[in-house]
Design a protein around this ligand. Sequence first.
Ligand code: CAA
Length: 382
Amino acid sequence: MDFKLNDEQLMIQEMARKFAKSELEPYAAEWDEEAKFPRDAVMKMGELGMMGILMPKELGGAGLDMLSYALILEEISAGCASTGVTMSVQNSLFLGPILKYGTEEQKKKYIPDWAKGKKIGAFALSEADAGSDAANQRTTAVLDGDHYILNGSKNFITSGSVADGFIVFAMTDINKGHRGISAFIVENTFDGFQVGSIEKKLGIRGSPTTEIVLDGCKVPKENLMIGEGAGFKVAMGTLDSGRVGIATQALGIAKAAFEVAAQYANVRIAFGKPIGAFQGIQWKIADMATQIDAARMLVHRAAWLKDQGKPFSREGAMAKLFASEVSMNVTKEAIQVLGGYGYCKSHPVERFYRDAKITEIYEGTSEVQRIVIARDVMKQFS
Ligand code: CAA
């Protein structure tokens, strides 16, 4: 077992860290305050290959592996968690399923511009009554000549108002339950596509979350993925990878909060000493450091399994479950270390705390991750 990153991985990590420090971190508070999508930064990330990390080079991607993706995404999320989720959704939830399940035509049409970050991608699964119960889809898709006609609305869509392309799930046969769900590639220019209301949120405010309304939306039939009824497998298979991405985002947020807290503990004087000299603070620092290392190991294991072509659904869920809870705890403790300053916007830890919370919710709540893990564990003992 080798815990050491190789030279290429170290170089990639350093490149992402430098980018995050210079292009994201200085502006993240402003993007949060103004709920502003950082389009220019995302474009630059596209030019550097970060918006299509796992895509093959011949299709405009960076041709890297999942571990490299995790190394980059951790740094980006530490710099700006909103940009982190934009990158994660683009790579894992939009481009990922096209590469894995798309036809050759779909790959040629939809990978290059998105992999270069010229266009933004999103994933439209959730509905008002289909959150954790993702199979309970109410959006319908009916074949009419050369097009499917989609009707319904999608909720909580990350990048909804800025995305050019969406993976949309809809029922082609409402009587078949999850086996009646199909997946489509939908462009925001298609007739009948509309962006609905934009959510006002606690955190990741630089990443727009919107409703999507499909009102007789005309989707060319060649934009169906795999075949009718395969949509739930596309959704679940895609979310396996997405969850590793969100685990990494959570890890990046925790790392950023930890670094602020540890630096502060060295310089803040109370009772005549730096507060880091007191055991009460040392124990917090020790717990935070240990939890972050453990989260990173789970993330890297899940990424490594994917790179080996091995099953990683359980391990991805474990990484997301653990890293998101670590992120909540570390950001909470970072505020405690900074005291009153931690609670105010003059320091970034209150933003980290707000940003961390969603990692326990999207791409499957912690409760859903426990279901995924427990079902897989129980299979082993049946
Ligand atoms: N890969 C492939 N297929 C899978 C799978 C996987 N990981 N997991 C399940 N399946 C298959 C099963 O094998 C089964 O197939 P058959 O039809 O052949 O039997 C089928 O899917 C149904 O499986 P389940 O019976 O396990 O389905 P369920 O209805 O009990 O649901 C669940 C299970 C885990 C709770 C699932 O509904 C789920 O993951 N819910 C959470 C949804 C979610 O994560 N939403 C996130 C929205 S996207 C988002 O947040 C993105 C964003 O913008 C940031």
